[in-house]
Design a protein around this ligand. Structure first.
Ligand SMILES: [Zn+2]
Length: 170
């Protein structure tokens, strides 16, 4: 055991950040939203769903179980690669968005939490887009600088190329 390893063994071990499993909560939210939607649009009673909504909900739950993003998934209403199929995704998003107000009345906390999660996804997307444009700008600058350097001092760029070639040989 080296000295470094010994020191490391005394230090508190870093805990891996725990991945929160939001899937059960999301499923509950979706199930309740479907209940609200079906009651208001298809005249069902209580938590019962009509056959059409039952079928759609079954599809949604099956797909969530196989979600490639795992338990850290974005909420399905905000997913960029929805896996329910075109029609089911459209119907699902319609159910979720049109029942939001009524859900807020009957399950305020749950609805607000779901909304916040959605906002989190939006924020992450924004940050990612920002980063990618920043990177593009940086790349553009680099290319510009390279061109400028090559125009100004052709010799230095040649020597650089030579040293690179040497490194490759090694
Ligand atoms: Zn229904």
């Amino acid at each position: 055991m080296g000295i470094l390893d010994k020191i490391k063994s005394f230090l508190p071990k870093k805990k891996e950040p725990e991945l929160k499993n939001n899937v059960p909560k999301e499923k509950e939210n979706i199930r309740k939203t479907f209940g609200v939607y079906c009651r208001n649009n298809h005249g069902t009673e209580g938590d019962k769903l009509c056959p059409k909504c039952t079928a759609l909900l079954t599809t949604v739950f099956t797909k969530i179980g196989r979600c490639p993003y795992g338990i850290g998934k974005p909420i399905c209403d905000k997913c960029e690669t929805p896996c329910f199929g075109e029609n089911a995704t459209k119907e699902f998003r319609n159910v979720m968005s049109s029942s939001q107000r009524k859900m807020l009345m009957s399950h305020p906390m749950m609805t607000i939490k779901h909304k916040l999660q959605g906002l989190g996804v939006d924020y992450a997307k924004q940050e990612r887009d920002k980063k990618s444009t920043d990177k593009q700008k940086q790349d553009e600058e680099k290319i510009k600088n390279k061109i400028n350097n090559a125009m100004k001092s052709p010799k230095s760029s040649k020597t650089k190329a030579k040293s690179k070639a040497k490194k490759k040989k090694k």
